[in-house]
Design a protein around this ligand. Sequence first.
Ligand SMILES: Nc1nc2c(c(=O)[nH]1)N[C@H]1C(S)=C(S)[C@@H](COP(=O)(O)OP(=O)(O)OC[C@H]3O[C@@H](n4cnc5c(=O)[nH]c(N)nc54)[C@H](O)[C@@H]3O)O[C@H]1N2
Ligand SMILES: Nc1nc2c(c(=O)[nH]1)N[C@H]1C(S)=C(S)[C@@H](COP(=O)(O)OP(=O)(O)OC[C@H]3O[C@@H](n4cnc5c(=O)[nH]c(N)nc54)[C@H](O)[C@@H]3O)O[C@H]1N2
Ligand code: SF4
Ligand SMILES: [Mo]
Length: 756
Amino acid sequence: MDVHVEAPTRVIGKLHRTEADGTRVYLRQCPLCECMCGLEVSLDADDHVKLIRPDREDVWSKGFICPKGTTLGKLHEDPDRIRTPMIREGDAWREVSWDEAFAKCEELIHGVLADGGIEAMTAFIGNPAGHSFSLSRFGALLMGQANFPSIYSAGTVDQWPKNVSSVLMYGNMWKIPTVDIRRTDHWIIMGGNPQASGGSLLACPDQLAEIDAIRARGGKVIVIDPRRTGTADHASEWIPIRPGTDAALLLAMANVIFNEDLFTLGAVEGKVLGVEQLREAVTEFTPDRVAEFCHVPADTIRRLAREFAAAERGGLYGRIGLCNQEFGTLASWMVDVINIIAGQFDKVGGMMFGKPAADPLVWKMNTAMTGEPEFGKWRSRVRGAPEILGQVPASCLAEEIATPGPGQIKGFINIAANPTISVPDSQQLEDALPLLDCMIAIDCYMNETTRFAHVLLPGPSPLESPHFDELMWGWAVGSAAKWSDQLFEMPEGTVPEWEILARLGWLCTGQKDADFEFSVLDDGWFSTLCMLYGRDPETTLPLYDFGGPERMIDLQVRMGPWGDRYGENPDGLTLEKIKAAPHGIDLGPMVPRVDEMIGTPSGMIELAPEYILSDLPRLRSALDRDPEGYVLVSRRHIRSKNTWMHNVKVLVKGKDRCTLLVHPDDAAELGLIDGADARVSSEAGSIEVPVEVSDEMMRGVVSLPHGWGHNKPGTRLSVAREYAGVNSNLLAPGHFVDELSGNAAVNGIPVEVAPA
Ligand SMILES: Nc1nc2c(c(=O)[nH]1)N[C@H]1C(S)=C(S)[C@@H](COP(=O)(O)OP(=O)(O)OC[C@H]3O[C@@H](n4cnc5c(=O)[nH]c(N)nc54)[C@H](O)[C@@H]3O)O[C@H]1N2
Ligand SMILES: Nc1nc2c(c(=O)[nH]1)N[C@H]1C(S)=C(S)[C@@H](COP(=O)(O)OP(=O)(O)OC[C@H]3O[C@@H](n4cnc5c(=O)[nH]c(N)nc54)[C@H](O)[C@@H]3O)O[C@H]1N2
Ligand code: SF4
Ligand SMILES: [Mo]
């Protein structure tokens, strides 16, 4: 394979300043995580990225940055990054023109449609869609046009339980409240490690500094996690918990709140239904009943509840450790319930909804309008897994490809995802992908998944795309509006990513590439959005001489809470005004806004949805389980991003980070030696991985990072291959899910551990 390295492409971003030595500085936002950091990108005379530093004047991140953000230039200039469309024939890849690539896509997609119809096609959309306006808005256009009977996403390996609890409690799967940590005095963190992740479903840069500030103002921060994480090291207290048992602990806290008369709805008095059903449901979950199951003393549970209810401003937060587990929906639901019944909801320093400048599209569809979701409207063909919020577990994809019969998947579009690493039963998917007749991938790398594609279409590097966050502001601790120009032009003739998505969607309807006209679809989709935002498309369309994502962002900003409403509110925000503010526009801290957010048919917060209560018997029967044996949990590291930043040398070099963390006493019992390999086995598979003995683990629990395993043939990842690590999802059984949401339980997997 000839590796083709481009000269740096032309700079098209807006120059911010020129330094004395001629260095030109441009401002950008980092798209990698919810911290949404403002960056200063310095270019040398040859347009190479010389340095990336934090933008100290950024209204949101105020000079915060992490190691990943400093490497966007390395990523952009990575010779392994895919810059040209490629077609695979056997093991050989060929660089082709965009027209040839789309001609091939047409041939492959139409071939599948001719044999099996649209039932034989599907798509997977990965994590970057959450951070990319173009991917999310035009990914939706692709899905809408194609009308695939089922699709897959990283969502069911991530936050699906929270989506289920939110849709039932508040009437919208994406209305996810978060903790106002900048003004709280008592913060409980469960199953999240912002020290590594930057925070998730809780957007706030530099959360360690916030923890220090809470403590400095006399407040308390408690981390409940099987691992004493870098976050726990900053906290006032660390409480180890047995993985998968958080729901029981939270139900017991609720039990204490009711029994000790600590119950109050506070600001949401008169806005909540289901208190009595909840009171009834928690009666059997006393602290004494759950203590052994959770490995948390009953007195500690009582104290947690009392202190939380007594706090002037308290917030309880749960993240991926609570979602990616066996009782994910129960745990995710109870997080909100505890805030509500302890009087900590919808108030400053408590739990609140965010207020994005661009009114999120996903907030437009409330169940008050659409009706309550019917879970299980259809079932997956092979496993019979019920659809939940339109998706079945991501691990179903492998068997849907591999199992013959009507409806077998033959065509697959993989969008910004690496599911052969990120999804349970990874080996099954790796074995299935070569069976496809048509696989099209849109990605920046030829990685463990995209190597199986027949056509690989390059996505942009972070410096080649304009950037505007939408979804993340829905759970941010404040409001702000920031825009980033595209810094570098893409190689000549490149089809922008939004157009790639629209064009593939078009082909999936059976139409010809020759007849594709982007502006027609773009105008159509924009008109639909206009109607959702209460604008007449007839009068709105003529206002624009541009289309694509920017027009949509402008609409959402102008019709958002600070928007100019197309002139009705002349001092209001427009995208143009945001663009004119290089460091962003600060729109203030969180505000209570429950009245405008609730979208349930009853118009009230539903505290005790039937569907969720129906899972309590499953938890009850687990309480008496034999707690012997080891379980595996996942972790993240600040220098990684899921599966895909491992080709950046400065991020991966140094100490091996793909290690099995084991408590010293467990290591002694198992005969494991620090630095030597262990064999870890589960019902799904078996791997060998170096041991790192550490008292940061609780006994009985071992931890592996996710996102590794880069030693595969046929990838173009020369650095990642050197630091391959092992894929922890080889140990994750696909059927081990949170039953209410279908979300993967990649935490709490029973494993056997022995010296290799
Ligand atoms: N065991 C275990 N498994 C897990 C988790 C865990 O904690 N433990 N976490 C889960 C979670 S939370 C998530 S979100 C998933 C993530 O699962 P995935 O979304 O499958 O994984 P990523 O590594 O985020 O994949 C992103 C892909 O998009 C590409 N990419 C990056 N930017 C762009 C872009 O702008 N355009 C295009 N076209 N491509 C781009 C990258 O090269 C990469 O291939 O993993 C899940 N899997
Ligand atoms: N640097 C970096 N940042 C990232 C990512 C990344 O890969 N790298 N990924 C991004 C993505 S896609 C996401 S979704 C977010 C996730 O953000 P976080 O939720 O903060 O994810 P983690 O850092 O994996 O922290 C999860 C914690 O849950 C604990 N845990 C595991 N099982 C249980 C359990 O049963 N109960 C409790 N109480 N705790 C448990 C683990 O020990 C771990 O400390 O991070 C995002 N940010
Ligand atoms: S990856 Fe690092 S630099 Fe980028 S937004 Fe997150 S914390 Fe900021
Ligand atoms: Mo995620």
